[in-house]
Design a protein around this ligand. Sequence first.
Ligand code: B12
Ligand code: SF4
Length: 462
Amino acid sequence: MKILLINPSLIQSSVGHYSKSLEKNRGIYPSLGLGYIASALIDDGHIVFIADYDAQPNPQLYIEGIMERIKPDMVGFYLMTWTFKEGLTLLNKVKWINNNVITVAGGPQVSSFPKETLELGNFDYAILGEGEHTAKELVNMIEYNLNPTNIDGLVWRNGEQIIQNKPRALEHNLDLFTFPAWHKLPIFNYYDVFTYDRHFATLIATRGCPYICTFCDRKNRMGSLWRRRSTENIIAEIGMLKKQYNINEFMFFDDNFVVSKIWTEEFCYSVEPLNIKWECRARVDIMDNDLLKIMKKSGCYRIRYGMESGNDEILKTLKKGITVEQIKECAYLTKKSGIEIFAYFMLGNPYETPEQMQETIDLALEVDADFTLFSKTILIVGSELFDWAVKMKIIKKDYWLDYLNGNETNPAPTIPNPYTQKYIKKANQKFYMRPAYIYRRLKSIKSFYQFKKQFKMAKGLL
Ligand code: B12
Ligand code: SF4
């Protein structure tokens, strides 16, 4: 089969959560999900193309060109709830060019709204959660005219009816998945405002998250069971990217890269000889002095921590499972190790007072991370916080369905609080307008390219 996979534009489906300038300038990243799906299908002998909208120089022309010249039999879409409408526009275009093409939706949107994705969109199929095995089985089913009822993780149409099969069990051996099809992605067109090198790659080493933060839609993602690739498997992908594309900088996009200290140490010792730069996301409650030293020595130059709040009561409400003391301790140790910190804070949490917001600003200033992002707490579909807000009559149960329908237009609903916006502005000004901070940032900038990107982003923030 000939298959086209499309990642709709994130830039055009702006969440409005940060300013447009910030969203546009922070970076463009590959859809690793589509990369994995492409590899799974290529392994089975299919011909696959990926149109990564924001990264393709002329995405419209590229899609039209493939539709007309190559005539794919199937078109797949990676959909977040926020890119669903963009996805529908592209779906209509694809169907307009060839009404007989088979269409399939995948990605977090399908996990949040399995049946609704087919009710609201004219897709033929949708695939729930981890998609590699299901996508292979679906294509096989279509080619050999088999029965869809036995394909776990598939949502399909039976006449007027939409059927959701039972979910697919998660794959425990992640090494079974072939590396994302980097040769199908425009690898040199991606960028990130904070990377040192112009070119970099993103990686996923683990899947799933065992924690229970209330603001996160964890139940709609890759499960709570933390699974990891073997160290050899990750090192092989890094080695391949280094050799074939001369990539020396890597961003791990895992929800939580450091869940097991032993595994992280093993990874660090193995990656050290490759002489690369890498960054990851971790929780403040797991880091210690020895681990940080080992990570630094192996090329880790930045860790992103969800610090969230400077108030212990708020951290408890968010079920983050960390304390302000742990944040301070971790920040101290990370700085001591020479690794940069990227800190994330949230304002506008349940019952948050101006005093508590001020504590967050004070903590951010005390931590004095290399980069800090203050965001409004969004009531994300599938999160415990959203369910709480429904119970409290802050938001209606069908809010996100109405958003998908076009009856609601705000992509970032929050808990009403007159102080949130004011304190976000204050936080950004207090943090970023410090002469010592500006001097430190300017000193650390490695290229004119980086300067330009960071300048535009700072303008967006302030
Ligand atoms: C990297 C990332 C980003 C990157 C880039 C996205 C990208 N190009 O991948 C950036 C930083 C830009 C980003 C932005 C946002 N993100 Co984000 N992001 C992620 C993150 C951390 C990793 C994605 C990833 O690589 N996963 C690993 C791959 C292997 O999994 P996958 O993408 O889900 O793909 C698998 C399946 O979904 C399925 N599949 C996927 N596509 C397809 C297609 C077909 C045809 C098939 C058959 C199967 C299939 O098979 C794949 C392989 O198993 C996820 C969390 C996560 N762990 O997934 C959040 C996540 C996707 N983001 C999320 C959110 C909320 C956002 C923001 C709205 C945040 C914000 N407040 O601004 C914005 C959206 C911006 C916008 N304008 O729309 C949510 C989406 C929830 C939802 N219901 O849509 C997630 C799930 C995190 C969360 N729980 O909050 N994000
Ligand atoms: S916010 Fe991070 S640690 Fe918390 S549940 Fe979500 S992915 Fe896990």
